[in-house]
Ligand binder design. Structure first.
Ligand code: C2O
Ligand code: CU
Ligand code: CU
Length: 466
């Protein structure tokens, strides 16, 4: 199961995206924003939840008149929203109706390694896998996606991903918009490249091998150019950067301010005022944005790096007035003095050579051994630039745990990074220290969440407990 170096990536060529004659940016008409449905819980007991997901091949029309081959959970693209409560016993039956092996990973969920859905939990075509776990962490916007060895990038790109929401007594009490699909709206943001026949382009040129696949067409919840009619009042948006590789810098076209209320692992201590948010691959953020100053019928665009990709039109009056809460939750800071160990993770290499601490992924090798319930500091440095050239940003992610950021190059993290996180952007030449307590046993992955880097081997394994 080892990896030959260098380079096992398919269709490796020197082509830049702009060289691709077949590559076209599609201009489609506006369409209403699709809202992923909430997945039905088949168990009436309020303390138990039973869900069913089927990974399947499908086709979908992104470009009018053309069929795109896709993959989806219970549908043609993306998957339904799994919503659970803290304390609930959850079981999910996952059926693989694809032609390829897949797995399903609960990104951000604190569960034991055998429930986590990493590359060891392969589900063969036609087979099912039914992990059962208890929800033991606070309200948060998590997500799920496949994680088969060397194929994560392709399967996520084809459409396999969905949201996993946790609610608890803190989110119950909070006076913020909660009506799913109305004023509490998920935005799964992705970028794709389409061939002129409408198919997704996933043949990796050199640029993609170096930087991960960056598209030229933005999708939100699977739609190109979507619009959404909002009440003239407060909206809660749950943002997921579901792209393979792109870092987004999001703002509204009228430059209006908004408040980040949650990072990947749950609510922040208090709302953070901003007018632009950076979201790396796999990162989530919940924001509150007040549209009450808009005229009736007025439109505001959501932009990435200055280009518009979806719009909100103020329609109805808001049925209720909200104010921005002054306090959200209490985050107990982990004391660095409690850490029994500091581990170093050096992200280095480029393209097919990307590695962590000089090693590429080997499913039969455990890279780090931890004891149950230990608190550790992990120091992640990005040496991909090697001091000579521009390196790549690497989003670091660890499975089965939520961490807190201690510092970035010795400086305290910005206010919107003072809560729980499972994925953190590490810039070229930067060193980020995070701290976590490892309360779940088993084998887990840590890796770069640029999926083409992960698939090329920028991933390792840690084992907690015996
Ligand atoms: Cu979002 Cu290892 O995964
Ligand atoms: Cu994960
Ligand atoms: Cu990377």
């Amino acid at each position: 199961q080892g990896r030959e170096m260098p380079g096992q990536l398919p269709n490796l060529s020197m082509k830049q995206p702009s060289d691709k004659a077949d590559n076209q940016t599609i201009a489609t008409e506006e369409s209403p924003l699709p809202i992923p449905p909430l997945l039905k819980d088949r168990n009436p007991d309020p303390n138990k939840a039973v869900f069913q997901l089927t990974a399947q091949n499908a086709t979908k029309e992104f470009v009018p008149g053309k069929k795109t081959e896709t993959m989806g959970y219970n549908g043609d693209y993306l998957g339904p929203v799994i919503r659970v409560r803290k304390g609930e016993e959850v079981s999910v039956k996952v059926k693989n109706n694809l032609d390829d092996i897949t797995t399903i990973h609960w990104h951000g969920l604190e569960v034991d390694g055998d429930k986590d859905g990493g590359p060891h939990s392969g589900i063969q075509p036609g087979e099912s896998w039914t992990p059962k776990f208890k929800i033991e962490q606070p309200a948060a916007t998590l997500w799920y996606h496949p994680h088969p060895e060397q194929e994560t990038g392709r399967q996520v790109y084809k459409g396999l991903a969905g949201l996993f929401l946790i609610e608890d007594e803190v989110s119950d009490r909070m006076d913020i918009p909660k009506e799913y699909g109305v004023n509490d709206v998920p935005l799964i943001i992705q970028d794709k490249r389409f061939n002129s026949d409408g198919t997704f382009q996933y043949d990796l040129g050199m640029h993609d091998v170096m930087n991960g696949l960056q598209g030229d067409t933005m999708l939100v919840n699977g739609a190109v150019n979507p619009f959404f009619e909002v009440p003239r009042g407060m909206m809660r948006l749950r943002l997921l950067n579901g792209s393979n590789a792109s870092v987004y810098e999001l703002n509204f076209s009228n430059n209006q301010t908004f408040y980040q209320i949650a990072s990947g692992g749950g609510f922040l201590g208090k709302p953070v005022k901003m007018n632009k948010i950076v979201l790396g691959p796999a990162e989530r953020a919940e924001i509150l944005v007040d549209f009450s100053d808009l005229e009736k019928g007025e439109t505001v665009q959501l932009e990435n790096n200055g280009s518009e990709f979806m719009k909100f039109t103020a329609k109805s009056e808001s049925p209720k007035e909200y104010t921005i809460p002054t306090k959200l939750t209490t985050i107990d800071k982990i004391n660095p003095d409690d850490a029994v160990k500091t581990r170093k993770f050096v992200f280095q290499g480029m393209g097919p050579m990307v590695n962590i601490n000089g090693k590429q992924f080997d499913m039969d090798r455990i890279d780090e051994k931890l004891r149950m319930n230990d608190t550790e500091i992990w120091e992640i440095s990005n040496e991909s630039g090697m001091g000579m050239m521009d390196g790549t940003v690497h989003p670091f992610h660890a499975h089965g745990v939520q961490f807190q950021i201690l510092d970035r190059d010795g400086n305290p993290p910005p206010a919107n990074e003072t809560g729980w996180k499972d994925t953190v952007l590490v810039n070229p030449d930067e060193k980020v220290r995070v701290i976590a307590t490892f309360k779940h046993s088993g084998v887990f992955m840590y890796h770069c969440h640029i999926l083409e880097h992960e698939d090329a081997g920028m991933m390792g394994q840690f084992k907690v407990g015996e």
